[in-house]
Design a protein around this ligand. Structure first.
Ligand code: HEC
Ligand code: HEC
Length: 169
C-alpha cells in the first residue's frame, strides 16, 4: 500500500507534466493569440523594457516568455533563493533553473541537473531543504505563471516537475 501510493504519486507527477504540455497546446488555439499592437508610434514603446500583454504565460510568444522571466520570475524568485542561501545563489539567474543550456538559448525544462523528485530520491534531503521548495518556490512560480498548484486532487497543476526531473518508478 505504501509503495503503491508512492508510485502513484510519482506517476501522477509525470502525468501532470504531460497534461500541462497538452493543455498548453490546446489553449494556444484560443481567441487570444492575435497579437495586439498597443499605441504603436508612441515613444514609450522604444524603452528598454518591452511591455508585456496581460495574457496568461502560455499565450505569450517565445520572446515575450523570456521577457516575462526577466521582468517577473527572476526578481521574485531571486529573493526567495537568496533568503535561503545568499552565498550559494549570489549569481542567481536563468541558469539557476534552466541549467547550462540557457547560455545557448535552451530553456526547456525539466533541468536534468536538478535533484530527482520522488519519495526515495527526496529522502536524502533535510526538512529545511524541502520546505522552502514546497512552501515558497513552487507556490510563487505557480502564481506567476497563473497556474493552479499541483495536488493529488489536481494533477494538472504546476508542481515540482515543472522544474525538476522525476525519478523513474
Ligand atoms: C525560478 C526558476 C526560473 C528562472 C530563474 C528562469 N526561468 Fe524560465 N521558466 C521557468 C519555468 C518553470 C518555465 C516553464 C513555464 C511553464 O510551465 O510553461 C520557464 C519557461 C521559460 C521559457 C519558455 C520555454 C518554452 O519552451 O516555451 C523561456 C523562453 C524562459 N523560461 C526563459 C528564461 C530566461 C531568459 C530567464 C532568465 C532571464 C529565465 N527563464 C529564468 C523557470 C525559471
Ligand atoms: C521553479 C522551479 C522549481 C520548482 C517548481 C521546484 N524546484 Fe526544487 N529547486 C529548484 C532549483 C533551481 C534548485 C537549486 C538547485 C541548485 O542549488 O543548484 C532546487 C533545489 C531543490 C532541492 C535542494 C535544496 C537545497 O536546499 O539544497 C530540493 C530538495 C528540491 N529542490 C525539491 C523540490 C520539491 C520537492 C519541489 C516541489 C514541491 C520543488 N523542488 C519545486 C527549482 C525548482
Amino acid at each position: 500500500m505504501h509503495f503503491a501510493s508512492a508510485r502513484t504519486a510519482r506517476l501522477a507527477g509525470s502525468l501532470a507534466l504531460a497534461l500541462v504540455v497538452a493543455a498548453c497546446g490546446g489553449k494556444a488555439s484560443s481567441t487570444q493569440t492575435t497579437p495586439s499592437t498597443p499605441e504603436s508610434g508612441s515613444a514609450a514603446t522604444a524603452t528598454a523594457k518591452p511591455a508585456l500583454p496581460d495574457v496568461p504565460f502560455d499565450n505569450l510568444d517565445h520572446e515575450q516568455r523570456a521577457e516575462f522571466m526577466k521582468q517577473k520570475v527572476v526578481p521574485a524568485l531571486e529573493q526567495i533563493f537568496k533568503k535561503h542561501d545568499a552565498q550559494k545563489y549570489a549569481e542567481f539567474g536563468c541558469k539557476t533553473c534552466h541549467g547550462k543550456g540557457a547560455d545557448q538559448g535552451h530553456f526547456d525544462l525539466p533541468n536534468m541537473d536538478l535533484p530527482l523528485i520522488g519519495m526515495d530520491a527526496m529522502q536524502k534531503f533535510k526538512p529545511e531543504q524541502l520546505e522552502w521548495m514546497v512552501k515558497e518556490v513552487k507556490p510563487t512560480m505557480a502564481k506567476l505563471l497563473g497556474q493552479p498548484e499541483w495536488t493529488p486532487q489536481n494533477p494538472t497543476g504546476f508542481g515540482c516537475g515543472g522544474c525538476h526531473p522525476h525519478a523513474k518508478s
